[in-house]
Design a protein around this ligand. Structure first.
Ligand SMILES: CC(C)(COP(=O)(O)OP(=O)(O)OC[C@H]1O[C@@H](n2cnc3c(N)ncnc32)[C@H](O)[C@@H]1OP(=O)(O)O)[C@@H](O)C(=O)NCCC(=O)NCCS
Length: 230
């Protein structure tokens, strides 16, 4: 993936394969070797979830290090599952199909970051999922998309999840897929514009437009969005 992705290279990015983590031993051993705090709440989770969590946190530690954080971040989770980034830094974590990805940046550049990774949906699952993820006008656009229907639906899904991860920890407000509307697709630039339909805070009013960057690589859609400060 080009070094200017995501966000023009303004944040540090790290990817780790979950299989690599599993090769380090049982989950608690792997976590210890990678310097990841393994929470008790995951003790009863299936192994794949445990390794996925560890891979995400290890990627986050690596991204934080590249972003200039010098300590060891605990990266505990909020009641809403959002990772708690160390003071002065923001970031985001995603995992899917054996890959974990994390980004981090100093707070002087961004108030919030959100990333997501989804394997491209085929036509049939995309048709089934689309009404839950998109409004009728978005589904009509997806049918005309140069990306093809399945990839376009995957992109809209992933972009909305990225924006949710960026905004939810900042404003503590939950919102659904139909509160965001995909409007502009720029395939040359690799961006999808999303319009927010519900106000989140005085600074984030309804009608606000967000540009989500995307790349399509190895059968997956990777999306990222940043809320720059100021
Ligand atoms: C967070 C969410 C959007 C995506 O999570 P997911 O489908 O499990 O998939 P991903 O692997 O891409 O991301 C999971 C990671 O996101 C991060 N995350 C979870 N909740 C988060 C939140 N509220 N804010 C920011 N990041 C969050 C975590 O790091 C998590 O991994 P971890 O549990 O191993 O730490 C989803 O689970 C969720 O909470 N949905 C409810 C709201 C919603 O769907 N709204 C519609 C979108 S507009």
């Amino acid at each position: 993936m080009a070094s200017d992705f995501p966000l023009g290279g303004a944040c540090a990015s790290s990817r780790i394969s979950v299989a690599e983590v599993a090769r380090l031993g049982p989950p608690r051993t792997a976590a210890e070797r990678l310097g990841v705090n393994f929470p008790d709440r995951l003790a009863g989770a299936v192994r794949s979830r445990q390794y996925e969590f560890i891979a995400g946190r290890a990627a986050a530690q690596a991204a934080l290090h590249v972003a200039g954080f010098g300590g060891h971040a605990l990266l505990t989770a909020s009641a809403h599952r959002a990772p708690q980034w160390p003071g002065g830094f923001v970031g985001s974590i995603a995992h899917s199909h054996g890959q974990a990805w994390a980004v981090a940046a100093p707070r002087q550049h961004f108030d919030g970051l959100g990333i997501d990774l989804e394997h491209c949906l085929g036509q049939v699952p995309a048709e089934e999922l689309a009404p839950a993820l998109m409004r009728a006008e978005e589904i009509a656009s997806a049918r005309r998309s140069p990306l093809g229907f399945g990839v376009h639906v995957t992109l809209v899904f992933s972009a909305k999840e990225s924006l949710y991860k960026c905004l939810n920890p900042l404003f503590g407000k939950e919102f659904g897929f139909h509160d965001l509307v995909a409007e502009t697709l720029e395939t040359a630039a690799g961006t999808l514009g999303l319009r927010l339909e519900a106000p989140l805070a005085p600074r984030v009013e309804a009608g606000r437009h967000f540009e989500v960057e995307y790349r399509i690589e190895r059968g997956a859609v990777w999306t990222a969005v940043g809320l720059r400060n100021g």
